[in-house]
Design a protein around this ligand. Sequence first.
Ligand SMILES: [Fe+2]
Ligand SMILES: [Fe+2]
Length: 254
Amino acid sequence: MAPDANAAIPDIRSADQATGDYRDMLVRLLTRQIYAETATAEVFGRSIQVAPTWRDKYLAAEFAFEEATHSQMVADLLEDLGQDSEAILAKRPDMMSFWGIDLENWVHIACFNFTVDRAGSHQIMEYEKSSYVPWAEKMVEVLADEEGHYDNGVESLRQFANDEENFSEFQRVFNDLLPNTIKAAFGRPLGPDNDFCLEHGLKRNTSEDVLNRYLTEMKGYMVETELKFPPVAHLEAKGAILPDSSKDIVNSLQ
Ligand SMILES: [Fe+2]
Ligand SMILES: [Fe+2]
């Protein structure tokens, strides 16, 4: 989409101005976000027990509080739109089994931080520029926290890279987590929902572009640590939908 096309999309400055299909899509996107934020808060909360050092435990507690704060911000946005956030959360699927993470296993938690949590951040980068201004404004603080989470995810990856035995386990967990993450965070990269979001400024970039931005950022740290992408056939067999441009990125680091 050309940058000047965005300029023609009107901002929506309050909940009562969000109406019709726009409001419905907004509620759907916020529902997806609150599912991810609350599940992530629970992952970090549980990981206090399994973290290997006091520093890791302290960071897990800090991140759990930040994710809980993000969850509350999204709950408030949903309530402003007339939704019952507790009722929405009561219907949340079991995200831990969806992502396929074992909360008793530190390798899984570290890999989650590098892989799953960062995919959410790339969606939030879009919401920070949303035409729904109350949402965009709140995402500034969320993204600042998420940078800290990712720095820690990268640091953990580097630690595992220096530990041959555990690094092969990290690679194995990564191969399983990545397709589930792509499915959960990016869904169908092309289609009518994606078009609607772009037309109404609920996102500013296509899901294909956001997915590629995520993979390319990740690749930078993977090259450094010799972590590899799993084969495209493995990702597709597990249900991830990849446009050709995304397959090219995956194929470039095998
Ligand atoms: Fe978050
Ligand atoms: Fe996070």
